[in-house]
Design a binder for this molecule. Sequence first.
Ligand SMILES: C[S@@+](CC[C@H](N)C(=O)[O-])C[C@H]1O[C@@H](n2cnc3c(N)ncnc32)[C@H](O)[C@@H]1O
Length: 273
Amino acid sequence: MDLHDFKDVAENYDRYLSVMYQDNDNHDGFREFYLDLARKYGAGGVVDIACGTGAVLLYLAERGIDVDGTDLSEEMCLVARKKAEQLGLQLRIVPADMTKFHTDRKYSLAIIARSGFMHLPSSRLQRDALLNIRDQLTEGGILTFNTFDPNPALQAEMMKTGPEDYSFRLEYVNSQGQREKIYNAMTYDPCSQLMHGNWKFETLDEAGEVIGERVRPLLMRQTYRSEVFLLAELCGFQVLDIYRGYLGDKENLSAPNDGVNHTGNLIWIMQKK
Ligand SMILES: C[S@@+](CC[C@H](N)C(=O)[O-])C[C@H]1O[C@@H](n2cnc3c(N)ncnc32)[C@H](O)[C@@H]1O
């Protein structure tokens, strides 16, 4: 089980994410970014893969985009479905692994938003996902996903962190109306390129005393740019664009670099060949 498979995480995900990203410039405009892509490439249908609680899925559906959702976590799908019902939207939201899912239709655009792809823990599974998603796309269909550009300085910091070296991340109010503090302890293994560790949720009473604690594991893989180019080639995709964040800034594809400029969040746009 990983972080998002837990009911308590799914039910609180929107609440703590809104605090986590409130002062994060890298995150501004993500919904509009995907809406623009959907309007450009999604005429043949859109699938939001690893849709989570529906941040992108519902935004697109509310604006008239023909979109389905899928996510490995049944708990995340349940929350997304409940939100869709509250909005009066009839959507197909199916629990499934992106390395295997298939439906009775094809899509002209597949979106994996906000790090879903990074939850695949090996290059083999990344390949399986890309090959499978390619099969779900129409001819010339588009796939987009993001990677965090590996940064050696941050990796070195993470390599010093042990499983109990928790850092405070944020405080928010959970779905029961209780204050909670979130801490995480993530380490990095340069051989497997895996970031792994735990998120700790502490529930507080009104006086600020800790009255409960839940620890949830998390595993994510860092992927270098050169690997993504190779994966694309191996799986029958052509990289069209790489955006640095959601505000339209692009990488120069004729001068790709690995480990030179660390731009943080890279958003890949690739086309089925
Ligand atoms: C960081 S969340 C992002 C959710 C959503 N896209 C958003 O923008 O809020 C990552 C999601 O990836 C899902 N996930 C992880 N591994 C997956 C897999 N193999 N197939 C499908 N979904 C997966 C998790 O369940 C989780 O909901």
